[in-house]
Design a protein around this ligand. Sequence first.
Ligand SMILES: NC(=O)c1ccc[n+]([C@@H]2O[C@H](COP(=O)([O-])OP(=O)(O)OC[C@H]3O[C@@H](n4cnc5c(N)ncnc54)[C@H](O)[C@@H]3O)[C@@H](O)[C@H]2O)c1
Length: 301
Amino acid sequence: MSETIVVSGGSGFIGSKIAAEALRRGYQVVSLDKSPSENAEIDTRICDIRDLDKVASNFPTGVAAVIHLAARTSVLESKLDPQVTFETNMVGTHNLLEMARRTGVGRFIFASSNAVVGQSAAEFIDESNLLAPMTPYGATKAAAEMLISGYQGSYGITGCALRLTNVYGLGMFKKDSIVPRIMRALLGGKPLEIYGDGKQWRDFIFASDVVDAFMLALESNFSGPLTIGAGRSYSVTEIVATVEAITAREIPVVWGPAREGEMRGVKVQISKALRAGFAPKVDLEDGLARVWHDFADAPRP
Ligand SMILES: NC(=O)c1ccc[n+]([C@@H]2O[C@H](COP(=O)([O-])OP(=O)(O)OC[C@H]3O[C@@H](n4cnc5c(N)ncnc54)[C@H](O)[C@@H]3O)[C@@H](O)[C@H]2O)c1
């Protein structure tokens, strides 16, 4: 009989792709999300993960693993509204861990972030950096990792935290990160606002590579944190130049002040993930071209 897994946040940008891939691989997938899914094949149970009773009444029996992605995901919004970020990312994680403990789930895989380590003094961020988040969002992700560690130590649930860099990919129409903002600016929307000098550098990982990383985590017994990125960083101005070259169009740009709490640079070392079998396949030019076609070909109102 096929295994049942719970995906929290299965209606979201990354969760929808993970749920679809798990279904394709033969898992029974139950998604817990406060929003409906666009994929009718996914058994989506509308449920706010902040409410333990709701999580309990929607949690299926005989679950082999939980993949936990539901979260308040905006770093900048977490500074404006830390309370809701805390409740969703901390209480929500605790509620899912509790249901895992109460129902005997063996594996808990968590969508963490490189924001748990803050602005490291080291040139590269990897799993050896001390946890030193700079924002409420990063703090909730770091604290959630600690909760998972505690449940692993006390109740034998094997936990794994995938610390993702900037994820981009198909279906980013509702997102507000740099890649979709560039695409909207190209299609006649608001000009792209570049914060600060545009030299802040980031690692961008294509969503299908992230899905592969979650499947690897699901189908192995790896535990602890794993940095998941492309292993190469680009500045905002380099991203802009790359998209301009791909599309042969000029991106309208306005320059705004640097955002407080934004990490200056992210360069990650992914050697631990590579040793565990992770192999990112989509390079930046290819990935950005795919996202551009996704936006350009989408029906517009
Ligand atoms: N996208 C990235 O670049 C990135 C980078 C690092 C980490 N992550 C993490 O990966 C995960 C998925 O990110 P995403 O980009 O797919 O985000 P998303 O916002 O597209 O999806 C999040 C999903 O969680 C659901 N959700 C939010 N609050 C909820 C609640 N209280 N109860 C139930 N469901 C709730 C939303 O409805 C949504 O479907 C998040 O945990 C995020 O922090 C994402």
